[in-house]
Design a binder for this molecule. Structure first.
Ligand SMILES: [Zn+2]
Length: 246
């Protein structure tokens, strides 16, 4: 499992904890002894799981990134089923999600995803890993440069670096923010699964950056916003319809 891509979230940067799901963090809150504490923990996990499933459902039905990727997977012969290919789980640390190629499952970290917009990005990001795996039928994750390439593509095309995200991270006005943000986050994703130095991860990202940054499959452009993704999805459907005639 350690060599599968897992993607770090942002829970270390603060302000992401939901107070009502904090029982595990603040055990002194439960005064009723072990049994009550256990049932409260169980209830919190159950609630998180339920909420994760609901947010996943919304992402699959309404996010243009996800809708395009669902169509693209289907065209490539890898039809995706919500119940078989997604799993909401409790994860360690700040990981938000991962793709497990041995089971073809996208794991969503229910304890680290608190907002619908975050869920949309994680689903799109892991979906791009699933798409690459479906397309190539090869497990690239053991090769550091291939892993770097997968992360560059997933970060670039999932909305991880959309302008709105960057504004909230106080990087507004940064020139070429897309390139910088993609490099930055790809390095973080590699470091989350590989026990290598930051310099080695940066070197791998730099070596493959040009070609991987410019590969937008299955999008026809870099979707910088939800609107971009919507147009990309519309064009993808039209393109599909055109070819279906012949
Ligand atoms: Zn990734």
């Amino acid at each position: 499992r350690a060599n599968q891509p897992q993607d770090p979230g942002s829970c270390g940067s603060g302000g992401e904890w939901d107070d009502d799901f904090g029982y595990g963090l603040f055990p002194e809150r439960s005064h009723g002894g072990g049994k009550q504490h256990q049932s409260m923990l169980y209830k919190a996990v159950f609630t998180r799981n339920h909420r994760c499933q609901l947010m996943l459902q919304i992402a699959l039905e309404s996010s243009p990134y996800t809708k395009l990727l669902l169509d693209a997977m289907k065209n490539t012969g890898c039809t995706v089923f919500k119940n078989r290919h997604f799993s909401c789980k409790e994860c360690d640390g700040c990981v938000s999600g991962g793709f497990d190629s041995s089971t073809s499952q996208i794991v969503l970290c229910q304890n680290n995803i608190h907002h619908q917009s975050h869920m949309n990005r994680v689903v799109a990001h892991e979906f791009l890993h699933a798409f690459d795996y479906c397309r190539a039928h090869v497990d690239w994750f053991n090769n550091i440069r291939h892993l770097a390439c997968l992360e560059i593509q997933a970060v670039n095309l999932s909305g991880d670096c959309s302008l709105l995200n960057e504004i909230t991270r106080f990087k507004f006005g940064l020139k070429q923010h897309q390139q910088t943000c993609v490099k930055d986050r790809a390095v973080r994703s590699i470091l989350a699964v590989r026990n290598i130095s930051k310099e080695m991860a940066e070197k791998a990202v730099d070596e493959v950056f040009e070609s991987c940054f410019n590969d937008h499959e299955p999008f026809d452009r870099v979707p910088h916003s939800r609107a971009d993704a919507k147009y990309a999805h519309r064009d993808f459907q039209n393109h599909d319809r055109y070819y279906a005639k012949f």
